[in-house]
Design a protein around this ligand. Structure first.
Ligand code: 6R9
Length: 567
């Protein structure tokens, strides 16, 4: 039986106080996420249970219990206090997925600091923009990344401490640098956790930046309520589960569901600090007997490209529940996962700004491949008319995805940018910036980011529909559909296509794919041009940056590309 039971029953009687009660929290109480993730679990008898199974790129495995996590994070909190970091100050985490990343996150929260996780792959400029914007006081990093911090140090007067977690005798520490060795540092048995309350700032998460300038979404400790319950009901985390979230904590998925949600539920997590390889990923699942897996469409498409032969070489029968986030999940990917793993991926839709899953296929709800599912109980969602911002009642009509503010993990503002924050609200709704329609059964169907929708001869075409149809063609591994200028129709569809191994680009294949789309969808949706590419521009969280391709077609400036993956 799944944790949620039946969706309909939960809808009838839902209140966020369900989560508050389960966490023994009452309005007005102190609430510190850092404390909830380890201390509380230890008090509940889980001290000896494994919290983290960490595997590095060389295959070395390190294991930590909830009590290890409690005393290590205490020690980190004490260390930060001794450095003079004050509650409310921003402390950045800029490192690979080492155990230190996961523990410093909690140490920062325990002493009242605001955790600011950033992708370690960021170059010095991307790093500078975000540290400068947040007026960050300290940064946790590793030797291999410290050069980037050194390069920008002179222009960051507020950055007082650079904490290097893997410095050894051979490391020469420079201006403002200090070594901190988590394994050698004495653990701290008891620590007075900062008495944060519901609205105390907790995490500052920069948006992945598919559109516009990166913005820092400010979250508060009360977000725990949403993250705990959505992890329990949507990811269906149960006491004996071994859970794996592929996401780097530089992306909100890696914090809300790679740190907070699962550990608030007292679950054992696996972290793999290694790049993508189908073989390695399947081995990891098999070796650690992973039961619940939270992944993303880009990764799933990469796995699809490798085929099912490699799947069959492994025993993946441990997998019980699969979820996906970050991009629209193509129906083809859902069908493939059923073939490959005997389980369908459950789509989950949400944003850095929402802090938790808001629209989803919960366990037990029949999946319609290609649909994101329905609003999580406790989330009031709608699609709004593009002009009036009134909820659309007619099934199948495309509008803007919008949410009624008020759930616990909604961002509280954009750091230093209240104007842009305010601009996200229309008619009392928070507007996500994505388009979708709702069918007669209440299922949401994603169309595209608001700015990615293609207007061809007055007809609006969503890139997701075209890309999903393209994926059904045997030669196509991945694609991006964008609008390109056209004198008659204003815009026509152009598709960028990456081919599966064994297929060669050429005019015949281009024509064949065009016709395939024309027959499947319509002449309007048919790409007028196909450009074969090796890979597509993506953010570090794996989102296709259609904006970059589109700007090229229109000869426009590309805008901020600091989150672009470039290796
Ligand atoms: C968690 C996360 C948010 C944007 C969002 C939308 C896209 C996320 C999706 C999805 C279709 C899904 N997105 N999940 N689109 N189906 N299941 O990804 O946060 O990095 O802030 O991105 O990602 O466009 O607005 P974030």
């Amino acid at each position: 039986m799944s944790n949620i039971g039946t969706y309909e029953e939960r809808l009838k009687s839902f209140d966020w106080s369900i989560a508050e009660k389960e966490l023994d929290y009452k309005s007005g109480d102190k609430i510190n996420i850092g404390w909830f993730l380890s201390d509380r679990n230890c008090q509940k008898g889980l001290a000896k249970k494994l919290a983290l199974i960490h595997e590095d790129h060389e295959g070395k495995v390190r294991k930590y219990t909830f009590d290890d996590m409690r005393t290590i994070t205490n020690a980190m909190a004490v260390f930060l206090q001794k450095l003079g970091i004050k509650p409310g100050e921003r402390v950045c985490i800029f490192m690979d997925r080492a155990p230190e990343l996961y523990f410093s996150f909690q140490g920062i929260l325990k002493m009242g600091g605001v955790a600011q996780p950033l992708f370690s792959a960021f170059g010095d400029e991307s790093l500078f923009t975000r540290l400068d914007n947040a007026k960050t006081a300290a940064i946790f990093t590793q030797k291999k990344h410290v050069a980037k911090v050194r390069k920008i140090l002179n222009t960051l007067p507020e950055l007082r401490h650079i904490i290097i977690v893997d410095a050894d005798e051979t490391t020469t520490l420079r201006d403002r640098e200090i070594a901190y060795n988590m394994e050698k540092e004495p653990r701290v048995e008891s620590f007075e956790v900062f008495p944060s309350t519901a609205e105390t700032p907790s995490v500052l998460h920069y948006t992945s930046g598919t559109t516009g300038q990166p913005k820092g979404a400010q979250h508060v400790h009360y977000s725990l309520i949403s993250q705990y319950l959505t992890a329990k009901w949507v990811l269906d985390l149960q006491p004996d589960d071994i859970y794996w979230c592929n996401a780097d904590p530089g992306w909100v998925t890696g914090t809300s569901y790679g740190i907070i949600g699962p550990w608030a539920n007292g679950i054992t997590q696996v972290v793999l600090d290694a790049g993508f390889s189908a073989e390695r990923w399947y081995k990891t699942i098999e070796k650690h007997k992973i039961t619940v897996w939270y992944s993303a469409p880009t990764a799933i498409r990469l796995l699809m490209r490798e085929g099912t032969e490699v799947v069959k070489k492994h025993d993946l029968s441990c997998l019980r529940h699969l979820c996906s986030v970050g991009e629209p999940l193509n129906p083809e990917a859902v069908i493939w996962s059923q073939e490959a793993f005997g389980k369908m991926f459950h789509d989950t839709f949400w944003q850095t700004e929402t802090g938790c899953i808001v629209i989803t296929n919960v366990p037990g709800m029949p999946i319609k491949p290609g649909s994101m599912g329905k609003p999580f109980p406790g989330i009031t969602a709608a699609v709004l008319d593009l002009k009036t911002y009134e909820p659309i009642t007619k099934a199948g009509t495309v509008g803007l995805i919008a949410l009624k503010p008020g759930w616990p993990s909604m961002m509280r503002t954009y750091w230093n940018n209240p104007t842009v924050y305010q601009s996200k609200f229309k008619n009392g709704w928070y507007v996500c910036g994505d388009r979708a329609s709702i069918d007669a059964d209440g299922y949401y169907w994603f169309v595209g980011r608001d700015d990615d929708v293609i207007n061809t001869g007055g007809h609006l075409v969503g890139p997701f529909e075209i890309e999903s149809a393209l994926l059904e063609h045997p030669a196509v591994a991945e694609s991006a559909a964008v609008g390109k200028p056209d004198q008659v129709n204003m815009e026509v569809v152009k598709a960028f296509v990456a081919l599966k191994p064994g297929f060669q680009p050429g005019d015949d294949l281009e024509l064949e794919i065009m016709n395939f789309i024309r027959k499947k969808l319509s002449p309007l949706a048919m790409p007028q041009e196909i450009e074969f590419v090796k890979s597509l521009p993506k953010t570090r969280s794996g989102k296709i940056m259609r904006r970059v391709l589109r700007a090229q077609e229109w000869g426009e400036p590309i805008g901020d590309i600091s989150t672009l993956e470039n290796d």
